[in-house]
Each structure stands twice: as C-alpha cells, then as structure tokens.
Ligand binder design. Structure first.
Ligand SMILES: *[C@@H]1O[C@H](CO)[C@@H](O)[C@H](O)[C@H]1NC(C)=O
Ligand SMILES: *[C@@H]1O[C@H](CO)[C@@H](O)[C@H](O)[C@H]1NC(C)=O
Length: 273
C-alpha cells in the first residue's frame, strides 16, 4: 500500500535525518522502510506479535452500537487478516513463545487460543485489561490490580501491593515497569522501592525479544539503560499506540489507526557515530 495520510507524512518528515545520504525511519541507529500493514484499527488496546508464525494479535474497539472490544489478527507474511470471536470485550493479549501459546484476557477472564485458533477458557474469573508474559503470565484487571498466574495458581504481584496500575512489563534484569495514568514507575522484583521516571508522558510500555524495556512517549521512543537507571532515546517516532518487534528486531507499531512495519533495507546507509 503506497497511500500515506498527511498525519503519517508529517510524522515521517520529522523523523527524517539531516544526513541526506540516509533515508527512511531511524530506529535504534538503523534506517527502515515503511510498510503499511493494515488500516482501520480503532483505539487499539493491546498488541502482541507471535514470532513463531509472524502473526500480530491486537484488541481494539469495534465501531458498533454496543461498545465492544474485539480480538483481531493479521499475518505479516500473507497480510491475511481477521477477527477471533468468543471472548467478550477481548482486551489483553500476550504470547508465550516457548510453548507457542496466545493468551487473551477479556471481561469474563482468561483464554488461550487452541490449535484451531479458537479460545479456550482458563479458570480465572476476573475482568482482564492487560496481559504480559515472561516465564509466567501477568495480568492487570479492570480495578487496576496486578496478578500473576503460574501453573494454575493465581497470586497478587506483591511488588505492586496497593498500587493501581494500567499496564506492566518486566525486563531482562528483573525490573518491573508499570504505568499509572501515563506516568512510568520502576521497581526491582523482590524489593519494595518504587522509582518514578517523571520526565515523560508515556503511551505504551513493551519489550523486545531480548526483554529490553521500550518506553513509548509523546517525545519519542526510549529504551531503559540499566547501567544509568535512565531512559535512552532510540527514535523520534511519537504518539504510537502499540509497539512490538519481530525476531529480526524490526518494529511493528500502530499510529492513529494504522499498523506499520519497519523493514530494514540493507542497501540503505548506516549512521556512523
Ligand atoms: C464491553 O465493555 C463496555 C465497557 O465496559 C460495556 O459497556 C459493554 O456492554 C461491553 N460489551 C459486551 C458485549 O459485554
Ligand atoms: C491523568 O492525566 C491527565 C493528563 O495527563 C489528567 O488530565 C487527568 O486528570 C489524570 N487522571 C488522574 C486520575 O490522575
């Protein structure tokens, strides 16, 4: 698809570098081509890319009379897209890449997609908003409480006791990041000291395949630097509503209601520092 919205175009212009030899979108020091994957994803809520088969799962608002969130998918290799029914107000989505399982959370609890792509229910009866997977499954319910679901056993996330959270991720160094109304906080697993990163207004938190923490803000995309305890800017692309990575670390994101994949072009220049 070659069509570019004016809004997207302005985003692209602001991220084009001053170096005329380099073209495309700069992300983490590399230049990428823009590939439009899908339009019309209204108010995306959460997105996860299954790197085993290159399928992106996302939850978003259906434009219908009764407000309803639905689970959609798009296969990046073929662009085949569709909806998966059977989960009322599907909201959270996360992937266990080792066991190749797609977890989905909705108003009636937790589900896993079976071999035919149909949802099967787990005995978790809570209204799930967000999911995150790292070794075990974490979820945030509609009251903002964080839980961990491990081997059929449900427990609160003790580090987040008495904290009302909107979303959470855990990085490769056991740092738990969470959001409260657009503000980022960090706590080391097993401790209780909560740090605030108050400088940026945060839209999305996510991890790459190596569980590095990516922080999507209104001022660009940052990665957490565990040696400096600070955020390092990796891209000027801003106001993303979702961000994931494929196994080659190519970003897939949603801006406004359009899903975009950045494709590395090896013939493009590489920036020297
Ligand atoms: C989905 O959630 C919204 C907001 O909580 C609610 O108004 C709506 O009735 C729900 N839809 C269904 C199908 O239950
Ligand atoms: C959340 O943040 C917005 C501005 O970023 C503010 O207008 C709103 O009052 C905040 N809500 C709460 C519950 O703190």
């Amino acid at each position: 698809m070659k069509l570019l919205y004016p809004l997207l175009l302005s985003t692209i212009i602001t991220i084009t570098t001053a170096d005329r030899r380099c073209r495309g979108v700069n992300f983490n020091g590399k230049y990428y081509d823009i590939d439009m994957i899908k339009e019309g994803i209204n108010k995306i809520h959460q997105m996860a890319l299954n790197r085993n088969d290159n399928t992106v799962y996302f939850t978003y608002d259906q434009l219908s009379e009764i407000p309803m969130r639905s689970l959609g998918y798009v296969k990046l290799d073929t662009r085949e897209a569709g909806l998966i029914g059977g989960i009322r107000n599907a909201s959270g989505v996360a992937i266990d890449h080792v066991r190749n399982k797609v977890y989905v959370g909705g108003q009636d609890g937790l589900f896993v997609l079976n071999k035919d792509g149909a949802p099967e229910k787990y005995p978790v009866y809570d209204s799930i908003e967000k999911l995150f997977f790292k070794d075990v499954l974490f979820f945030v319910n509609s009251k903002g409480e964080a839980h961990v679901f491990d081997n059929g056993i449900l427990n609160p996330v003790i580090e987040l006791h008495n904290e009302k959270v909107d979303d959470l991720i855990i990085d490769d160094d056991d740092n738990l990041f969470f959001l409260q109304n657009g503000t980022l906080f960090r706590v080391k697993i097993g401790t209780r000291a909560i740090n605030i990163h108050e400088r940026y207004k945060v839209n999305v938190i996510t991890v790459d395949p190596y569980y590095r923490a990516f922080i999507v803000t209104t001022e660009g995309v940052f990665v957490y630097n565990k040696y400096k305890f600070a955020l390092d800017k990796v891209s000027n692309i801003r106001d993303l509503r979702a961000l994931s990575f494929n196994k080659n670390l190519e970003p897939v994101y949603v801006v406004v209601d359009v899903m975009i994949k950045l494709s590395l072009n090896p013939l493009k220049c590489v920036e020297f520092y």
